[in-house]
Design a binder for this molecule. Structure first.
Ligand code: GAP
Length: 450
C-alpha cells in the first residue's frame, strides 16, 4: 500500500492517467494538441471541484457567523493593480537555457546553478530578467495603452475595493471576514505537475478585517482554523505542515506569512497561504482613489484602517491535493489490488451507486425507482452492467463512498445491501432507513487510519 509520506512520481502518473480515463480532468483543447498549462474538468472533475468549493464556502460563511460572501468581476479598473503593487512588483526572475531555450524561475534553481549560471541540463544560462506575471488585455476596440486591463492575478483585490460597500450594506462589525471564490490568472514561467501550477486557476480567499494590534492573535486563530478545516475534510495530518516565510520571502504586502504545505507525490509544496497583510491594501487603495477607506467603531467612536488577515487557498490546487490524498492501491486478496479514491463523502462526485443484482424479475425497475428517490438528496449513479464485484470496483476507483444493491430480498422483505467503500463491509438495512443512514454516514464520516 502506497500510503507512507513519501515522494513518488509514479503515483502522480497514475493519478493523471486515472483522471483522464475516468473523466475527471482532460488537457485543454486536446483535439488541437492541447494548450500547455491549461486543463478542462470533465463530468466527475467538475463535480469534485464544485463540491470542494461548496465545502470551503460552507465552512467559511455558514459556520462562521461573521463572514459574508462576495463575487467580484475578474476585470477591474487598471489602477487597482497599481495600488496593489502588482504592476510594479508582481514579477518573477527568469533565465533561459541558452542551448535548449527552456525557461526556469531563478528562485527554483540551486545555489550552485545560480552561482555558476548553469541550467539543470548543464548548459549556460541567459542573464536573469524580470517578468511580470499579469496577463494584459484591452477593453474596447482600441488596443492602446489607455485601454489596458488585466486578468486578475488574485481574487483578493475585489474584496478590498468593496470593503466600504460591504460595511455599509451588511451591518458587519469588526472583526469580520469577506469570502470569495473565483478564477485568477498568472502567466507562470514554468508550469508543471498537472493542475498544480497553471496559468488559469481558481482561488478560495477569505479576508478577515481586524483592529490593528489584534492582528497577531487573529493570525494565530486562522492558522489553527485552517488546519481544522483540512482535518474535517479527512486529509492525512502527516501530509500537512506549516512553513513560515523568511524576511526575504515575504510578499510586498505581508508582515507575516505561513504556507500550509501538502506532501504531493512530487514533494512538499504550498497549498494555501495565510498572510498578515496589515493595513497595506486598504491604505493603498485609499491613497490611489483619493477617498477615505476606514472603519468607525460605533461603540468606542475610534476610526481606523483595519488590518487584514488573509487565508488564500487554491481551489484547483486543492483538487490535486484531495486526489493525491485519496488515491490508494490496496491489496484486498491474493494478487488482487483495488484502486480506491478515499474522498470525504461530502466531496465525492458520486455519493451513492445503485445496482440491481440482476436485471430480470423486476430488480432493475426497483433499483431505478430507488435511485430516482435518492437523487433528491444525493448524487447517484445507476449501473446494471457486469458482475457486481466489478461494479463495486468501478465505483471505488472514482471514490463513491456507498453502494446499494437491490436483490430478491429487497422484493420480498424490503431490505437492501449497503456497501461501504473504505472497509468494503456490507450490511443489510431496511429500505425505509436507507436515506437517513446515508445522511448520517456522510455527516459523521471519519477516514480510517490505513
Ligand atoms: N491573495 C494572496 C495570494 O494570491 P498566493 O500565495 O500567490 O497568494 C494563494 O496564492 C494560493 O493560490 C496558493 O497557495 C495556491 O494554492 C494558489 N495558486 C497560486 N498560483 C497558482 C497557480 N499558478 N496555479 C494554481 N494555483 C495557484
Amino acid at each position: 500500500m502506497s500510503n507512507e509520506p513519501t515522494v513518488d512520481p509514479k503515483r502522480m502518473e497514475k493519478i493523471v492517467s486515472l483522471c483522464k480515463r475516468r473523466g475527471f480532468i482532460f488537457p485543454s483543447s486536446e483535439i488541437y494538441g492541447g494548450l500547455a498549462s491549461a486543463w478542462d474538468y470533465g463530468p466527475l472533475g467538475v463535480e469534485l471541484k464544485n463540491r470542494l468549493q461548496r465545502f470551503w464556502w460552507r465552512e467559511m460563511t455558514q459556520l462562521h457567523d461573521n463572514i459574508v460572501g462576495l463575487d467580484a468581476a475578474i476585470l477591474m479598473h487598471p489602477t487597482v493593480w497599481k495600488a496593489s503593487g502588482h504592476v510594479d512588483s508582481f514579477s518573477d526572475t527568469m533565465v533561459e537555457d541558452t542551448v535548449t531555450n527552456e525557461r526556469y524561475r531563478w528562485d527554483h534553481l540551486t545555489e550552485e546553478q545560480r552561482e555558476t549560471k548553469t541550467s539543470p541540463k548543464g548548459n549556460p544560462l541567459s542573464e536573469p530578467r524580470e517578468f511580470n506575471l499579469m496577463f494584459k488585455t484591452h477593453l474596447g476596440p482600441a488596443s492602446d495603452s489607455g485601454s489596458t486591463v488585466y486578468l486578475r492575478p488574485e481574487t483578493a483585490q475585489g474584496i478590498y475595493v468593496n470593503f466600504k460597500n460591504v460595511v455599509q450594506t451588511s451591518r458587519v462589525k469588526i472583526p469580520f471576514g469577506i469570502a470569495q471564490v473565483g478564477k485568477a490568472f498568472r502567466n507562470e514561467i514554468v508550469t508543471k505537475n498537472f493542475i498544480f501550477r497553471t496559468v488559469e486557476f481558481e482561488q478560495m480567499e477569505m479576508q478577515y478585517f481586524v483592529k490593528p494590534g489584534e492582528d497577531d492573535q487573529w493570525f494565530e486563530f486562522w492558522k489553527a482554523e485552517r488546519l481544522k478545516y483540512y482535518d474535517k475534510l479527512g486529509i492525512r495530518r502527516d501530509h500537512l505542515r506549516f512553513e513560515e516565510h523568511g524576511p526575504d520571502e515575504l510578499a510586498h504586502y505581508a508582515k507575516a506569512a505561513f504556507d500550509i504545505q501538502y506532501l504531493f507525490p512530487f514533494g512538499w509544496q504550498e497549498l494555501e497561504g495565510i498572510h498578515n497583510r496589515t493595513d497595506f491594501d486598504l491604505a493603498r487603495h485609499s491613497e490611489f482613489c483619493g477617498k477615505e477607506i476606514n472603519y468607525l467603531d460605533e461603540e468606542s467612536r475610534e476610526r481606523y484602517i483595519p488590518y487584514i488577515v488573509e487565508t488564500s487557498a487554491g481551489l484547483t490546487r486543492s483538487v490535486l491535493m484531495v486526489l493525491s490524498d485519496a488515491y490508494e492501491e490496496e491489496e484486498v486478496g491474493e494478487n488482487d489490488v483495488r484502486t480506491v479514491l478515499r474522498f470525504h463523502p461530502m466531496i465525492a462526485p458520486v455519493q451513492v451507486g445503485v445496482f440491481p443484482l440482476v436485471k430480470k424479475d423486476g430488480l432493475a425497475e426497483k433499483a431505478r425507482e430507488i435511485e430516482q428517490t435518492l437523487r433528491e438528496d444525493f448524487s447517484t449513479f445507476y449501473d446494471q452492467s457486469g458482475a457486481i464485484g466489478r461494479r463495486y470496483r468501478r465505483q471505488d476507483e472514482i471514490g463513491t463512498p456507498f453502494c446499494v444493491t437491490i436483490d430478491y430480498e429487497t422484493m420480498d422483505q424490503g431490505t437492501v445491501t449497503l456497501r461501504h467503500r473504505d472497509s468494503m463491509e456490507q450490511e443489510r438495512i431496511p429500505l425505509g432507513e436507507l436515506a437517513q443512514r446515508l445522511r448520517e454516514a456522510i455527516k459523521t464520516y471519519r477516514r480510517a487510519e490505513t
